[in-house]
Write a protein that binds this ligand. Structure first.
Ligand code: DCM
Length: 131
């Protein structure tokens, strides 16, 4: 297996009060209803941090700034890997514009109260360790 995996970038997006954003997927059917760190695929030749900023603008309508990469990389479906950045909200109030049907700002003691996608669980745990 020599194929280079597609990188999916996602944000551990925090507001000024230190709450973490969770987004509920509306598609595809096997993932719908589960919660994730918002993000998406890096396009060929695109720097990953730029892809993250683009995805957050497209999906949530906000301006955000990646602050630090969360160490680690998590396998998704075959050929895809997930990387996460701690990200600061710069402006805008997130809205579920694309791919999501609900958003929640989670207080630190609420982080495990949503049904995260299986593959996002270790990524969320790693993001919290870095907090
Ligand atoms: N994905 C994931 N966890 C995330 C973001 C995305 O498991 N936090 C997965 C879902 C899709 C793929 O990555 O299989 C591409 O995401 P999208 O459809 O949002 O571009």
């Amino acid at each position: 297996m020599t194929d280079i995996p597609v990188v999916v970038v996602a944000a551990a997006l925090y507001d000024s009060a230190g709450r973490l954003l969770a987004a509920r997927r509306s598609a595809p059917p096997e993932l719908a209803g589960r919660w994730e760190l918002p993000g998406g695929k890096v396009e060929p030749g695109e720097p990953p941090e730029r892809a993250l900023v683009r995805e957050l603008r497209e999906e949530l309508g906000v301006a955000a700034e990646p602050v630090a990469r969360v160490p680690g990389e998590w396998p998704l479906k075959p050929g895809y890997v997930l990387r996460v950045w701690r990200t600061r909200l710069l402006s805008g109030e997130p809205e579920p514009l694309e791919d999501h049907d609900a958003l929640r700002w989670l207080e630190p003691d609420e982080v495990w109260s949503v049904d995260w996608l299986d593959q996002d669980v270790p990524a969320v745990a790693a993001a919290l360790e870095e907090a």
